[in-house]
Each structure stands twice: as structure tokens, then as C-alpha cells.
Design a protein around this ligand. Structure first.
Ligand code: ADP
Length: 271
């Protein structure tokens, strides 16, 4: 089975990494091909603070919050994501005996994109246009490099960066990037691990988990998801609509998080 797993970074990367690494080891030993892609927003924020680069966020008119990535922020982003977070994941995997290879998604021409030249940001009652943001939408995904790695028995650990036509390295939403990779790899499963049990009917009540969503009825769930969960649900739905057999939004903090997600513990999105 080909499984693309995205690990979130809002709560910090060090949560339960040993548990995840041991879990991935057993999945790889069982003959699965696993690709790990990561977020890392808490690490980016923390490094920005240490370096004196203030981090800012933008809220789109449709209510989606994202990082405002000007060139100073981009430098911090690359240092934290491609540096510390990616290396720490590879280290943890190697420690438990998984042959892990850390790459960014600009390696081998994996992700090309189109830089967003103007993005709309809601500030109070006004909508402002921001023109110096280094984020991009994906225009092409080439999986040749990761397929080589998977065929060789390696577990790729992918940092979601994208190369824009102008040659700039840009930011891309990690959930969307995971969905695009899962689609291009024709993955059997996309697993989005976060710091909640899945999509919750009531975000303050962890036992209000929504267990199964068919893509056709996903729209009716959009309202209850805010912030990062909105992007996760959209990514899960997009992947399943494009041919991934199923996507699971699940808890990354538990013992054996990926195995539990594969066993449907979480919110399962199906065709
Ligand atoms: P990650 O770094 O894991 O991608 P995000 O912060 O982007 O995490 O998204 C997960 C967050 O989404 C949760 O911590 C939670 O606060 C928020 N959220 C908003 N609405 C919901 C919901 N309905 N169910 C679960 N989580 C939700």
C-alpha cells in the first residue's frame, strides 16, 4: 500500500515523534511504501521570534488563515522547515532503523508553481491587497524522485516548498501539498495527522468526532471547520475527488498514530 502521511506542526514538532517513527517502522517493515510530508508552523514562529523577525498571518475573505510570507519570513521559514523540522524527522526515523531521506519539494523538480501576485487580506472592515507574499499555487507535481526513493526502500521526508516560474522559492499549504502528492502518487491513503482526534462537531469536545464523510456531502461539514481544519478538510476532499482511495484526518498525539488512522480512527473521507 502507498500511504502519504502529513504531520502537522502547529503544536510543535516534538510531540510524539518517537511514537510516529516506531509506527512508520512497523508499516515499512510490513511492506508499505510511506511518504512523510510535514508542517512546522510552531517551529517557524519560534525561530522568527529568536531571530527578531515578527511573524504575521493573513485571513482571506473566505476565512482561511495563512502565513504572510515576505522575503525575511521566507528565510526563517526555510531555516526552520527544511532545516530543523526536516532534519529532526529524518533523525528520529533513522534512530528506529527507517532509511529516511529528507528533501524539499523543489528537489528533482517535484513541485512547480505559480506565485500569487496579489492576495486579499481582511483587516478589520477592509480588504487589503498584499503583493509581496511568497506563496504559490501548485501547477505541476513530478513524483519521479520520490518514486525512485520508494522503490529503493527509502522513506522520503518532504518539506513543502515550491519553485515558482520566476525562480523564487515559495510557501505552499502543507495539507494541500500532501493531497497533491498523494494524488500524483496514486496513493491508497492520505493521512493528515494533527493535534485533534479528527474533524469535531464541537471543537471544544474531543468526543464529538465525525467518523465518516462522503465527498459528496463534504460541503455540509465546511461550516464547523475553522482555521487549519478548514484546509485539512478541503485537502482530504480534493485528494479523494482526484482518485486517492481515502483520506483520514486523525490524531498525531496517540501511540501508533498512522496505524490507528489506517484502522479508521479519525475522520475518514471516502468517495
Ligand atoms: P496542523 O499544524 O496539525 O496542520 P492546524 O492548526 O492547521 O494544525 O489545524 C488543526 C486545528 O484546527 C486544531 O488544533 C483545532 O484548533 C482547529 N479546528 C477548527 N475547527 C475544528 C473542528 N471542527 N474540529 C477539529 N479541529 C478544528
Amino acid at each position: 500500500m502507498i500511504v502519504v502521511i502529513k504531520i502537522g506542526g502547529a503544536a510543535g514538532i516534538n510531540q510524539n515523534l518517537t511514537g510516529l517513527a516506531n509506527d512508520l517502522k512497523s508499516l515499512v517493515d510490513a511492506g508499505n511504501q510511506i511518504l512523510l510530508i510535514h508542517g512546522g508552523s510552531a517551529e517557524v514562529d519560534a525561530l522568527g521570534e529568536r531571530l527578531g523577525v515578527p511573524m504575521r498571518y493573513i485571513t482571506s475573505p473566505s476565512g482561511v488563515r495563512s502565513r504572510y510570507t515576505d522575503s525575511a519570513t521566507m528565510e526563517v521559514f526555510i531555516m526552520a522547515m527544511a532545516g530543523r523540522v526536516n532534519t529532526e524527522l529524518v533523525r528520529q526515523l533513522q534512530v528506529v532503523g527507517v532509511k529516511a531521506v529528507g528533501i524539499t519539494a523543489i528537489s528533482g523538480g517535484m513541485f512547480y508553481g505559480e506565485r500569487k501576485t496579489a492576495i486579499r487580506s481582511v483587516e478589520g472592515s477592509k480588504v487589503k491587497l498584499i503583493r509581496d507574499d511568497l506563496s504559490a499555487t501548485l501547477t505541476s507535481v513530478d513524483t519521479a524522485l520520490v518514486e525512485h526513493l520508494l522503490a529503493g526502500g527509502y522513506l522520503p521526508v518532504v518539506c513543502p516548498l515550491v519553485l515558482a516560474q520566476g525562480g523564487e522559492v515559495c510557501n505552499i499549504d502543507a495539507d494541500r501539498a500532501a493531497a497533491a502528492l498523494a494524488t500524483a502518487l496514486r496513493a491508497d491513503q492520505l493521512i493528515l495527522l494533527s493535534n485533534v482526534p479528527g474533524l469535531l462537531e464541537d471543537v471544544s469536545n474531543p468526543s464529538s468526532l465525525i467518523r465518516c464523510i462522503r465527498v459528496g456531502e463534504a460541503e455540509s461539514y465546511e461550516e464547523i471547520a475553522s482555521a487549519g481544519m478548514k484546509k485539512k478538510l478541503a485537502a482530504a476532499v480534493a485528494a479523494v475527488r482526484s482518485g486517492v482511495k481515502r483520506a483520514v484526518i486523525a490524531d498525531g498525539r496517540v501511540e501508533a498514530p498512522a496505524t490507528r488512522a489506517i484502522r479508521s480512527e479519525g475522520t475518514v473521507v471516502t468517495p
